[in-house]
Each structure stands twice: as C-alpha cells, then as structure tokens.
Design a protein around this ligand. Sequence first.
Ligand code: NI
Length: 385
Amino acid sequence: MPVISAIAGLSDEMMAWRRDLHAHPETAFEEHRTAAFVADHLHAFGIEPHNGLGGTGVVGTLRTGEGPVIGLRADMDALPIAEEGDVPHRSRRPGKMHACGHDGHVAMLLGAAKYLAGSRNFTGTVRFVFQPAEELEGGAKRMVEEGLFERFPMDSVYGLHNWPALPAGVFAVHQGAVMASCDTFEILVEGRGGHGAMPHLASDPLVAAAELITALQTVVSRRTSPLESVVLSVTGIEGGDSFNVIPERVRLRGTVRAFGDQIRDQVEGHIRRVAGGVAAAHGIDSEVTYERRYPPTVNHEAETALAAAAAAKVASVEHNHAPSTGAEDFAFMLLRKPGCYVWMGSGREGGENPGLHNARYDFNDTVLATGASYWGALTETILRR
Ligand code: NI
C-alpha cells in the first residue's frame, strides 16, 4: 500500500525521534522532556506550540485558509515496566519503558506535522494534540477539563493506536464501540477478628470474601444478557497475616469492562447487592467502592467513514474486527466531539512479536510512515482544498 512519498522520505528522521523517545520514557504527567521534544520540533516546523495544558500536554495549531478544524491526537506517556528487551535504544530509566508504543505515536504525529507544515495541501486548521498520562491517569480527561476544546476549538477529533495483533499495513476501523469502559471496585469485608482455633467466637471475613468472589462470577453469567459483552474480574484479595488469627477485615479489588453506560449501571448495582447479601448471610458488613474510570470509546458514524476512507489510501482496512475489552482515555474526547479512533497494524512478520504492555515490546519502526501517512491522508481528506 502506498504511503505518502514525502512522508516515506521522513522515515529515518521519525525512527531517530522514536528511538530517542524510547530511550527516555516518562510516565503519567511527568512527560517534561517529551513535551519539550515535541514543542521544539513543532516550533522548528513553523508550528507554534502551546505547552502546559493538562500538565504536560502540548497543542500545536497549523492553519491554511478558512475551513473546518480537526484535532489529531497522540499520547506521550510510558509505563512503569522494567524493559527486558536488549535493543540499542532500550530505556535509560530503570523501571520505566515505552511498552505501549506511545513513542511511535508521538513520532508519527510529528512526522505528519512536518509533512503538513511543508505541503499545506489542505484548507482549514489542524490541531496537533499531544496528551500526557493515557495509562490509567486520564490525561485526556484532564486536557478536556482544562479547556482543550474551548481554548483550541475543533469540529472533530481523531486518535490512533498501534496494534501488534494486526499485521503491518492493515488498519481496523470500528463503527461504534472500539474499546470498553474501565471501572474499578473495591469491597471491604468487615467481620470480627479472633483466635483461629475458636472461629465460633469471631465473624470470619475470609470465608465471606471467598464466597463473595465465587458469587461475583454470577453477575456476568446469570445477571447480564448473554448477548452483551461484560467482564468482571476480581484481581486482588488482601487480609490476614498469621496462621492462627482470624483477621478483622479483608479487601477485594477488581475491574469491570463493558461497552455501554446502562450495563455499567446494572453491573454496579449487582455487585452492591451480591456483596451486601453475602456479608449479611455471614452476619458481617461490607462496603463497596465503585469507581468509573474510563467510559467506553465509541466512534461516530460520519467521522468513522472519513477515517476509513483515509486509511484505505495508505493501507488495507478491516471493518469487522471485534472491539477490545481494553480501555482508552481518548473516550473522554469522543464524549465531547465527534471523531474516530483507529487501530493500525504494527505486527512483525515472523520473529518475536510481544504484545502491548509486555516488557520486551518495541514499537515496529517499519509502520512509522504508514501512521504518519494516515494522518496526512486524513487531513487532506477532511480539509480538502
Ligand atoms: Ni497505549
């Protein structure tokens, strides 16, 4: 598939940026070097950067005549993972690495910015949005709350994520939901501690917690429609630190993933009821804290058609790929503006192909030109001269 030839010429430069960023990973809201790197490059392309929105976020604006305004977004943060790969550009920062390819996302959007600033083959305005803290901390939400769309008005907004499970040269474009919501819950099971040899004199929260973990499995299997996708995983249990002491309390934690707000409401209600019921059966108390972190990422119809048309110019496009039960904070931008979030295949043919968030992951540099070309094609598709 043909990438934009002027962008193919930027491949080596994008690779150098990407590897520099990979060697210097920064986690949520600490992306100071990365933000300066982005701002310096935008400035060099003739795009005035605005720093500091959402902490370390950067927004660049490129205008050519009167026309619609689009936002192109890349996330900048790394993960708290110790890199195990031995590539020459491996992380210089212990315990941190770009294991999700956000280094590649930044390099591709910078490549597109350089190309568009030079070619200006469009009429309208492009906002280059470099956001912090995509992983767990909701940097997109913070940028939106700090006035992203008021200070930098735009008609629509677009996101992209590399996807190692898809081969290079393939895009997956979803109409509607593409990523799930991410909620977390914590359940405090509070009994009465006592001697392990005399359980009848205590109220054992561990037995209740064990029963509760099992009972929670019925929330999805018995309480929600089999035609609707929901995940409920209990991911932690904490309590007790002795052989002969029944603890006072036990803490459970876990996550819920779904693709609609109604089902999230239902699941939260079921968790509260099951926790209350099981605790009551044991004559003890429970307290549920349910936190809504990321909404589902839901693409908009017209913008998805535009994104698919742009992707088809530089790659082949799959439309029937199942959505992911992972989550993405670009969802917060799509709650406010119409837009589309696509997956770009980044799998390597043959050889090692570790997935996202794996300690041996390394962004596939051969797709840098493809991703930057997608941004270029998208801009030239929507902001047609
Ligand atoms: Ni990511």
